[in-house]
Design a protein around this ligand. Structure first.
Ligand code: IPE
Length: 259
């Protein structure tokens, strides 16, 4: 198989985080067009939860695991809402000519204390071998220690990138990349390369509830992939052309994660 590309579509890109269950169809249409135009293959898509995942997971305290039986309908609802979002993304992708097939995270991953402990990838790998694009997502999943938890799309994207030896991993978010703080000017500055020690200014997600750790959690995951030689980028998925630039190996506004 040729060099693999993994793209994580942040929940703040594919949904409006501040409005429950608001799918950004227009954005997903444009991103699917950029994917199609790039001819990149093989390709794995992973998406986050945004307003389909975080509010319901937070309401029922799914990340902390099973404490009371009345959380179970909330767990089931989180899975259902993520399937709904996954289905919408897959549908749009196919409309634009990307041969996408959905594999929600809860159907493939079991965690132990929140970290992926096993992955049933048979069907997922068959999908790749058939030259189609599997689309998975952060999800409410079963956990060996806590019965259930929330698994982020970021952890999945890194896990799959490492396991399938991806060449490139692109995180699309709703800001231009990773920002640090310039104490002299009191301003935030975009850093073209993040090495793991810079002081961060958290910007992603506009302060809405995020049950999986926001930008700091993302960067911890991302560094693990970069340490294994994978090219890792954080870029703005809301600005037309940035994804296509990265996929075409063109210079663009973004942050490269490199240890
Ligand atoms: C979270 O996945 C999934 C749920 C909340 C069910 P992510 O952590 O990858 O989601 P975003 O990208 O931050 O929205």
């Amino acid at each position: 198989m040729d060099a693999m590309t993994v793209v994580k579509l942040g929940g703040s890109v594919v949904t409006e985080k501040s409005k429950p269950l608001s799918f950004r169809r227009d954005v997903v249409v444009r991103l699917a067009r950029e994917l199609k135009q790039s001819h990149v293959s093989p390709l794995i898509l992973v998406h986050g939860g945004g307003s389909f995942g975080h509010p319901v997971a937070q309401e029922h305290r799914i990340k902390g695991g099973l404490e009371r039986a009345d959380q179970i309908p909330g767990f089931a609802r989180t899975v259902l809402q993520m399937r709904d979002l996954n289905g919408r993304i897959v549908e749009v992708a196919n409309e634009l000519g990307v041969r996408a097939v959905g594999f929600p995270g809860s159907t493939m991953f079991v965690t132990e204390k929140g970290r992926i402990a096993s992955a049933s990838l048979d069907a997922f790998l068959s999908c790749l071998e058939a030259r189609m694009t599997p689309v998975t997502c952060g999800d409410a999943v079963f956990d060996r220690a806590k019965t259930f938890t929330i698994l982020s799309g970021d952890q999945i994207a890194v896990y799959l990138s490492i396991r399938l030896k991806a060449q490139r991993l692109i995180f699309l978010v709703d800001v231009d990349g990773v920002y640090t703080f310039n104490p002299a000017t009191q301003e935030r500055v975009l850093i073209p390369a993040y090495h793991g020690s810079e002081r961060l200014v958290p910007l992603e997600g506009g302060g809405q509830e995020d049950v999986t750790g926001g930008i700091v959690g993302k960067l911890d995951e991302a560094l693990a992939a970069a340490e294994r030689g994978i090219e890792v980028y954080v870029a703005n998925g809301l600005v037309p052309g940035r994804l296509l630039d990265l996929l075409s190996s063109r210079k663009t506004i973004c942050t490269r994660i490199s240890p």
